[in-house]
Design a protein around this ligand. Structure first.
Ligand code: ATP
Ligand code: MG
Length: 424
C-alpha cells in the first residue's frame, strides 16, 4: 500500500491529538462539576505508578449542601465586597439568579438609603463579626427587612466575609398585626370604659335623686297617717286604725330603705384616702361598742393582733362594722357565741382577712346573692335589717381593688373573707 505523503500524516496526528485534548477537557470539566456538586469524594492525580490521592473532605460537602438548603440567605464576599458565592435562598430574596449575583458588588443588593447600614454591617476584619438589620431590594423593588450577620475569615492570607441573611418579613407582618390588634383592643376598652363610667354616673345621679325625691311624698304619708290617727282616731273603727298604723309603719320602713340607698350611693362616690389601717384595733373598738350597746350578751371574741392593711380608714371601718354587726346579730340565738377575726397572706401584695361566727349560718347556694342590695336570707322578724350592709361591704372592697366572698351552712355559722392591699 502506498504511504501517505508526510503532510497528510501530520494532519492526522494533529487531529488525533486534538481529539485527545478535547477528551481531557471534557473529563476535567466533569471533575470540576463533581467537585462543585459534592459528587466526588476524592481525586486521583498523577501518571500510572505515581498516583496521588487527594481526599475531598466530606464535612465540606455536607456544609455546601447545608448552605444550598438553608432557609436563610447566605453569601461569601471578597475583601472588596464582590459576591463570590450566593445560595438559592438569597437569590429568591432578591429575585435574581445566584449565577447573576456572583461577581457583582454586594452593594447592589440594597437601595441608596440602606447603603450606609449595609457597608457598616459588612465592614468586619478576619475573626470579627457584626449583626444588624437592613432592607434588601426585593424581586419587585420592594423593601425586604432582613437580619444580617457577617463574619470575617482569613483564608491563606486573603480576607473573606460570610453573610447570613434572615428574612424578617413574616415577623414584621405578625408584629404589625399584633400592634393593630392591640390598638383596636385598646380603643374598644376605652370606649367600653367611657360607656361604663357614664352609665355608672347616670345610675348614681339617678338613685341619689330618686332617694331624695321620694322623701317628700313619704313625709306626707307618714304625717297624714299620723294626723289621721291623732285627730280622727276616735271616729275610726279598729280595722281603720290598723290600716292607718300599717301605712305609717310601711312609710317609716321605706324611709329607712331610702337612708340605706343614700348611704350606698355615698360610699360609691366617696373619695379614697389610703393610709395604713390597723384592722385589729378597728375590730376591737367596734366590738367594744357592740358590747356596751348590749351588755347582757355573752360573746367570746378571738382577735388576731396587729393585722395591717392599706386603705381608706373610714370606709374600711364601715366594712368591718357591717361584718361584725352581722356576726353579732346572727349569733344572738347561740349559747356559746364566738366571733373570730384573723388574716393570712394572700399572695403578691395582698392580705386575706376573715370574720367568722358560729351563728345561724346560711344556705351556701345563695352565697353570692348576699352582696346584692336588699337581698336577705333570714326573716326580718327573726333577724332585723334592711339588707344593705353587705352591698356596702362589696362596694368598698371592690373600690379598694379587693374581693369579698362568703362561706356558710345553715346552723353552722358563717365566714366572710375579703382581700386588701398590704401596707407599702
Ligand atoms: N354572719 C352571718 N350569718 C348568717 N347570715 C348572714 C350573715 N351575714 C349576713 N348574712 C345574710 O346576708 C343577708 C344580707 O346581709 P346584710 O348585712 O347585707 O343585711 P342585713 O344585715 O340583713 O341588714 P343591714 O345590714 O342592712 O342592717 C342577711 O340578711 C343574712 O341573711
Ligand atoms: Mg348587716
Amino acid at each position: 500500500m502506498p504511504r501517505p505523503p508526510d503532510g497528510e500524516r501530520e494532519v492526522r496526528a494533529l487531529r488525533a491529538e486534538l481529539a485527545e485534548v478535547r477528551e481531557q477537557l471534557r473529563e476535567a470539566h466533569e471533575t470540576i462539576e463533581m467537585i462543585r456538586s459534592g459528587g466526588a469524594e476524592s481525586l486521583v492525580i498523577g501518571p500510572p505508578g505515581q498516583e496521588q490521592i487527594y481526599a475531598l473532605a466530606s464535612a465540606d460537602r455536607t456544609y455546601r449542601l447545608l448552605v444550598e438548603a438553608m432557609n436563610e440567605g447566605a453569601a461569601t464576599l471578597s475583601a472588596d465586597g464582590i459576591i463570590l458565592d450566593a445560595n438559592p435562598r438569597l437569590a429568591a430574596m432578591t429575585g435574581r439568579a445566584a449565577a447573576e449575583l456572583i461577581g457583582t458588588p454586594v452593594t447592589g443588593l440594597v437601595t441608596g438609603g440602606q447603603l450606609d447600614t449595609l457597608c457598616w454591617l459588612i465592614d468586619v476584619g478576619a475573626g470579627g463579626s457584626s449583626r444588624g438589620e437592613v432592607e434588601l431590594t426585593g424581586p419587585a423593588g420592594e423593601a425586604v427587612p432582613v437580619q444580617l450577620a457577617t463574619s470575617g475569615f482569613d483564608l491563606g492570607g486573603t480576607l473573606l466575609r460570610c453573610m447570613v441573611l434572615t428574612d424578617l418579613t413574616a415577623q414584621r407582618d405578625a408584629e404589625a398585626g399584633i400592634q393593630a390588634l392591640n390598638a383596636e383592643l385598646e380603643a374598644r376598652v376605652q370606649q367600653r370604659t367611657a360607656e361604663l363610667v357614664r352609665a355608672n354616673k347616670n345610675m348614681e345621679a339617678f338613685s341619689y335623686s330618686i332617694a331624695h325625691d321620694l322623701r317628700a311624698p313619704l313625709r306626707a304619708m307618714t304625717g297624714y297617717s299620723e294626723a289621721l290617727l291623732e285627730d280622727c282616731g276616735d271616729l275610726l273603727d279598729e280595722s281603720c286604725r290598723r290600716y292607718a298604723a300599717s301605712i305609717q309603719a310601711a312609710s317609716e320602713r321605706m324611709a329607712l330603705l331610702i337612708d340605706d340607698l343614700l348611704q350606698l350611693s355615698r360610699i360609691s362616690r366617696a373619695e379614697i384616702t389610703a393610709t395604713t389601717v390597723d384592722l385589729s384595733a378597728e375590730v376591737a373598738a367596734i366590738v367594744a361598742e357592740l358590747r356596751s350597746a348590749e351588755p347582757g350578751r355573752r360573746v367570746r371574741l378571738v382577735i388576731q393582733r396587729g393585722v395591717l392593711a392599706a386603705g381608706d380608714r373610714g370606709l374600711i371601718r364601715t366594712v368591718l362594722q357591717n361584718l361584725l354587726e352581722n356576726a353579732w346579730k346572727f349569733t344572738a340565738k347561740r349559747e356559746n357565741a364566738t366571733i373570730e377575726f384573723g388574716a393570712a397572706a394572700a399572695g403578691g401584695s395582698k392580705i386575706r382577712c376573715h370574720v367568722r361566727d358560729n351563728g345561724a349560718g346560711f344556705d351556701p347556694g345563695y352565697a353570692d346573692m348576699l352582696f346584692q342590695p336588699f337581698q336577705r336570707l333570714h326573716a326580718a322578724s327573726e333577724f332585723p335589717g334592711t339588707g344593705i350592709g353587705l352591698a356596702s361591704v362589696r362596694q368598698v372592697i371592690q373600690r379598694h381593688g379587693g374581693e369579698v366572698w362568703a362561706e356558710g351552712a345553715p346552723g353552722e355559722g358563717a365566714t366572710f373573707y375579703l382581700t386588701l392591699d398590704l401596707p407599702t
